[in-house]
Design a protein around this ligand. Structure first.
Ligand code: SF4
Ligand code: SF4
Length: 205
């Protein structure tokens, strides 16, 4: 039976050299931040076949692992996949070799940011940054600060305004707030300091 994952994907082949000389240094560097046990991968593709967003990826999860193992950081760190990954952990759960694929994706995102490689979807980077900012600020994500800031920074507010859907979204948010689906005022948690310590330097308030 044909494997649907090999039929219609857009592969970033332009980044791949014609011949590959394996270089273990990238794997070692990545594993030092883990361990993720990437080298245990035997390419069964259970991760890819269970991934709910593989349709939007330019490299499939098993390919990311393979490229990390052979040492092609440029291809991996410039891929859309590391940003498209929804961190759902389905791959990690399905892997028979206990490869920490979802966690590895996070590590690759961090590496790309540290190396100044532009995120192909800036709104996803905005989402991560605002999420972390809220955690540092309140110890948890607070919808009343998180959502407005994300809408503003990502340009979604402008797009909703242009599409004349902003009014409906505000009404929906108001109804949800009234039904207690989220707090209208920011709430903090007891262990806020500990969360800040885990995440590093606290945000100024
Ligand atoms: S499920 Fe695990 S062993 Fe199989 S391809 Fe994915 S990472 Fe490799
Ligand atoms: S964690 Fe990411 S790569 Fe793994 S199954 Fe979920 S979306 Fe796919």
């Amino acid at each position: 039976m044909a494997d649907s994952h090999t039929l219609d994907k857009k592969h970033p082949a332009s980044m791949l050299p014609e011949t590959i000389t394996p270089d273990v240094r990238f794997l070692q560097q990545v594993e030092a931040a883990g361990p993720f046990q990437a080298s245990a991968c035997y390419q069964c593709r259970k991760c890819t076949n269970g991934c709910p967003v593989s349709f939007a990826m330019d490299l499939y999860p098993d390919e990311v692992i393979r490229l990390v193992i052979v040492g092609l950081p440029q291809t991996v760190l410039h891929s859309q996949t590391i940003w498209v990954c929804a961190a759902c952990e389905t791959c990690t759960t399905r892997c028979p070799n206990d490869v920490k694929i979802a966690e590895l994706m996070d590590c690759l995102k961090e590496t790309a940011v540290q190396k100044g490689i532009p995120c192909p979807h800036p709104q996803i980077l905005d989402l991560h940054n605002i999420f972390l900012k809220d955690l540092k600020r309140w110890g948890r994500v607070c919808e009343t600060t998180f959502i407005p800031e994300y809408l503003l920074r990502s340009g979604m507010l402008r797009r909703m305004w242009q599409a004349h859907t902003l009014g409906a979204e505000i009404k929906l948010g108001w109804r949800m707030g009234r039904k207690g689906r989220f707090a209208l005022l920011p709430k903090t948690i007891k262990g806020k300091k500990e969360v800040r310590n885990i995440l590093g330097r606290p945000e100024k308030r």
